[in-house]
Design a protein around this ligand. Structure first.
Ligand code: HEM
Ligand code: HEM
Length: 251
């Protein structure tokens, strides 16, 4: 379970990687998001935008819809594995909260102690986003427009199953858009109501933590070369899994 303590998000008073002073309180930079996780996040954003734009433009861009879709699926497989073998704040076990903790957080979100990794409600959004994007990419493999384009596995199943996958693929578009909207609204809420920037840590990896919390401060996330190489290994496994699934009809 994740621990709570008063951090300050990021502040212009201090550069990442250094301890700094803002008023009477010094801020300590703590690595929270490892490089593989940050790359995962921003590549996933690029893939989702790419998938939406290319399928709406259509024509020869449909090939790119498939490529973005396969890449999104690979990233989701990577993230699931990374949730078990990644550094502490990337691990699912660090942001699984009891329903009571989620309700307690929701009851008084404005005053709830800040968390270093995902907050109770943030964790809900993480699992929901990973699930709906994973479902979307898997459904895409069986989707067909009944004219000229179909996913690589559509021919392996009945036309009724293809119809259900296609309906899911279309309907899920709205679910994804809704969740991404909520995700961005939540980030704006933290920025405006709680004066906490979550975006900069997701880019540079570090959060600034008030020194008066240091006694209870958790260990920073490991983000060494070894961790990054492990990330590459996990990515290779994810690529192999998706390549095997996509090329299944050839086996
Ligand atoms: C997370 C990744 C994906 C997203 C966000 C996504 C999104 C979408 C959306 C929004 C549409 C509907 C466009 C419209 O209504 O005009 C669509 C259609 C389609 N997608 Fe995906 N898709 C993804 C992955 C995939 C994958 C992996 C495949 C197959 C390899 C795929 C195959 C198709 C096909 C064949 C259509 C056309 C269906 C039709 O026009 O009836 N998609 N996708
Ligand atoms: C297609 C759009 C997006 C998707 C699918 C998406 C997905 C996700 C996912 C899955 C996570 C969890 C990270 C993890 O632990 O694996 C996450 C976290 C995060 N995302 Fe996004 N994201 C999107 C857009 C954005 C945008 C536009 C921003 C910035 C304005 C953003 C900022 C963040 C931040 C700051 C976090 C960390 C939240 C925290 O501290 O708990 N995301 N996002």
């Amino acid at each position: 379970m994740a621990s709570n303590f008063p951090d300050r998000g990021t502040s212009p008073a201090a550069a990442p990687g250094s301890a700094a002073v803002a008023g009477a309180t010094s801020l300590q930079s703590v690595r929270v998001w490892d490089l593989p996780l940050r790359l995962f996040h921003w590549l996933l954003v690029a893939c989702l935008i790419g998938s939406f734009v290319t399928i709406k433009v259509g024509g020869s861009w449909t090939d790119w819809h498939f490529r973005f879709g396969y890449t999104a699926l690979t990233l989701i497989v990577f993230r699931i594995l990374w949730g078990f073998v990644g550094p502490r704040y990337a691990r699912f076990s660090s942001f699984i909260f009891s329903p009571a903790a989620v309700f307690a957080y929701l009851r008084d979100a404005a005053h709830a102690p800040r968390t270093l990794g995902h907050s109770p409600i943030g964790s809900f959004s993480v699992f929901a986003l990973l699930a709906v994007i994973g479902v979307q990419a898997c459904a895409g493999l069986f989707t067909s427009d009944d004219i000229s384009v179909e996913g690589p596995l559509a021919r392996l199943v009945s036309s009724a199953a293809v119809g259900r996958a296609s309906a899911l693929h279309h309907f899920n578009e709205l679910v994804i858009l809704g969740l991404v909207g909520l995700h961005i609204a939540a980030i704006l809420y933290y920025r405006i109501a709680r004066r906490q920037s979550l975006v900069k840590p997701m880019i540079v990896g570090d959060k600034l933590v008030a020194s008066d919390a240091i006694s209870g401060m958790p260990t920073p996330a490991a983000d060494s070369i070894a961790v990054r190489l492990r990330g590459l290994g996990v990515l290779a496994v994810a690529i192999a899994v998706v390549a095997a699934a996509v090329n299944w009809p050839l086996f």
